[in-house]
Ligand binder design. Structure first.
Ligand SMILES: [Zn+2]
Ligand SMILES: [Zn+2]
Length: 252
């Protein structure tokens, strides 16, 4: 209540500005109407891995890769594609301390998740942990920055310390397909009892999917029955250079 009052006064005094073009924000967003409409939405994605499906394919159909080798996670939901301006927003959050970009991305995720989840709601949110060395140098975990507002908005608790990353892996996109599994294998460790049957992992971008799949495998070995993945953006293929956006890795 107090927070809402303060926010209302702040919004009146300092209306939101578009983080992309500086025009006045619309509907309380830090984006103007035009920039919001131009965001690359991930329509018609594979329900399992969120990879965009070919034009005309039914949205209930899984992509060829998921039909051949289903990933260890059960469902992936990403509202946006990793194409410009997502490289700017994700890169700003991840590498330049722009936490306001994280709040915007989290809000876009929450709007999408509210539409998509129906009764299929996880009991717990786990942000993908960073290796302690990376966390120390960055000062924050961008996945936790996305997860906290989701906790408040969706009413699902976040548990940031239930697992840790004890292997500082090389970027997954730098690995040949066959090397990705061994690079990330054993990277995570469960550090506490996970009191949930169904959890959602939160990350900024899903690129190869290997990182989230490895944590999903680790959680399932610890007894979790279902693992979903929520990210702000999905690269349209596992070779992000083809997306027109600045290259990104899903190593953290
Ligand atoms: Zn704008
Ligand atoms: Zn798929």
């Amino acid at each position: 209540m107090v927070y809402n009052c303060i926010k209302w006064i702040q919004d009146g005094l300092y209306p939101a500005r578009c983080l992309l073009c500086g025009a006045e924000g619309a509907d309380g967003f830090d984006l103007c109407q035009a920039c919001r409409q131009e965001l690359p939405h991930n329509h018609n994605a594979c329900p399992r891995c969120a990879l965009p499906l070919p034009a005309g394919a039914p949205a209930t159909q899984r992509c060829g890769a998921c039909r051949q080798h289903p990933p260890a996670f059960d469902r992936c939901l990403t509202p946006l594609l990793y194409q410009p301006p997502l490289d700017l927003l994700v890169g700003g959050l991840k590498f330049h301390g722009k936490l306001g970009y994280g709040r915007l991305l989290s809000r876009l995720m929450a709007d999408y998740l509210e539409r998509m989840l129906a009764d299929d709601v996880p009991e717990l949110i786990i942000p993908i942990p960073l290796h302690p060395t990376r966390l120390r140098s960055r000062g924050y975990n961008q996945a936790l920055e996305l997860a906290r507002p989701l906790e408040r908005r969706l009413g699902i608790p976040v548990t940031p310390f239930s697992c840790r990353r004890h292997k500082n892996t090389a970027p997954q996109v730098d690995q040949a397909l066959e090397g990705r599994h061994s690079n990330i294998s054993g990277a995570f460790q469960i550090t506490g009892k996970i009191q949930a049957r169904h959890v959602a992992l939160v990350d900024d971008v899903v690129t190869t999917g290997s990182t989230v799949a490895e944590l999903a495998r680790t959680l399932k070995r610890a007894g979790v029955k279902r693992v979903d993945v929520w990210a702000a953006a999905r690269t349209p293929s596992s070779t992000p250079s083809q997306s027109g956006a600045k290259r990104i890795s899903d190593t953290g």
